[in-house]
Design a protein around this ligand. Structure first.
Ligand code: SF4
Ligand code: SF4
Length: 392
């Protein structure tokens, strides 16, 4: 048996693969709906590309029956770790399938390396602290523009995708926080580490977590807010998984909006007279169990008509961007979003809205590439278009 004592992503998850999965194939489709929910299996139509096959790969490489080779790269890395298999599998290990896949990836990185181009997620971070390779922004310009102090009760953790690719979402969030009178500041962020964890590349993860915690502590904050589903999952779950505890609370911007609505503090002076369908980000839905909160918020926006896609909530079809698929398999990644937009078009909605900048990026790329007559907007951007008063 291969020793995996030094696995940062969890020896226990790898060992689970040895005796848990019974190969019943329930994970391949939506539980009882039989809808297609696994983008990887549906694309490659071969056992190794479904959750059950990946578990079998773990079993093989741990027992030594399966030799490491480049042929294993695609079965291991061509999966957006959407977690739909976790909601379909009815066995006791169901909740840990994505943990198992990530732990398998960490092993694979050591033996055969990551999928093509995924190594850039680390090398770009090493140079510029973000996986896009953009010159690092210390966010001092933004602090000046929005007149933010060095220390505050809240830190808005922007996240790399919002800061370098989806600045309208970032700016909409900044304007909302200012309007709401939230005492917040920004820090000189390093990547939250999500892209590295999802692709099993753990070399600088702990260092980055320690750095971000130290920056937040230096700002004197007791609360952190992010408008990114990936940062949210990573801060709330992965810091603890990596043994990097902290003493602040973490919120998604959605939770703040809902709280302000509940307190009657948001007064809408205009309406959003459009039909909108909500795309559940995997990192907020299946990974964190948040399904109804966003729907309650959309329904309370005057004029907004919320309609559901056929596959929604825990059986939503993934946007295809996560798990290193966007960088490693870019054409297929956008194909996955195309299928989501076809489903959105069936609802006759004019707007597809999400609460994650990564979903926004991939859905927008698919809308442009395949010429969909759909607008892709984040919840914060919809709120930004409205005339609202927030009572402090
Ligand atoms: S992962 Fe779960 S659902 Fe899939 S084959 Fe194994 S036991 Fe069955
Ligand atoms: S995480 Fe998603 S794509 Fe990967 S095996 Fe599970 S259902 Fe399929």
């Amino acid at each position: 048996m291969v020793e995996v004592d030094d696995s940062l992503l969890g020896k226990e998850f790898l060992e689970m693969a040895l005796d848990r999965c019974i190969k019943c194939s329930t994970c391949k489709y939506g539980y009882k709906t039989f809808d297609k929910t696994c983008p990887s299996g549906e694309k490659f139509l071969f056992e190794s590309y479904w959750a059950s096959g990946r578990i079998r790969i773990i079993r093989g490489v741990l027992s030594g029956e399966l030799e490491w080779s480049d042929e294993l790269k695609d079965p291991i890395f061509a999966c957006p770790t959407c977690g739909a298999c976790m909601d379909s599998c009815q066995a006791p290990h169901a909740d840990y399938i994505v943990d198992m896949i990530e732990a398998l990836r960490e092993l694979a990185v050591r033996h055969i390396g990551p999928a093509d181009r995924q190594e850039l997620l680390v090398s770009r971070c090493e140079e510029n602290c973000n996986p896009y390779g953009e010159e690092n922004s210390d966010n001092e310009e933004l602090k000046k523009k929005y007149n933010l102090p060095d220390k505050a009760e809240w830190v808005y953790f922007i996240g790399c995708t919002s800061n370098y690719r989806q600045q309208s979402l970032r700016d909409a969030t900044l304007r909302f926080l200012k309007k709401a009178g939230i005492a917040f500041t920004l820090i000189d962020e390093h990547c939250c580490t999500s892209p590295m964890i999802r692709t099993g590349q753990t070399s600088i993860v702990k260092e980055y977590m320690k750095y971000n915690i130290a920056q937040i502590e230096k700002a004197g904050a007791s609360k952190v807010i992010t408008s990114c589903a990936g940062c949210y999952r990573t801060l709330k779950r992965d810091f603890d998984k990596f043994g990097e505890p902290y003493n602040f609370e973490v919120f998604h911007s959605l939770e703040l909006v809902k709280q302000l609505m509940d307190e009657g503090k948001i007064k809408f002076k205009s309406s959003y007279d459009k039909t909108v369908t909500y795309h559940d980000p995997c990192h907020l839905g299946r990974h964190m169990g948040i399904y109804e909160l966003p729907r309650e918020v959309y329904r309370r926006i005057p004029g907004l008509n919320l309609v559901e896609m056929k596959r929604n909530r825990n059986f939503a079809w993934c946007c295809g961007a996560g798990g290193g698929v966007k960088i490693g398999y870019p054409d297929w990644s956008v194909e996955i979003s195309k299928e989501r937009l076809e489903e959105a078009s069936e609802t006759r909605a004019k707007v597809v809205s999400s609460t994650c900048p990564f979903c926004r990026t991939n859905l927008s790329d698919a809308a442009e590439k395949y010429k969909f007559d759909l607008q892709i907007l984040d919840l914060m951007e919809i709120l930004d278009q409205l005339d609202i008063e927030i009572l402090n």
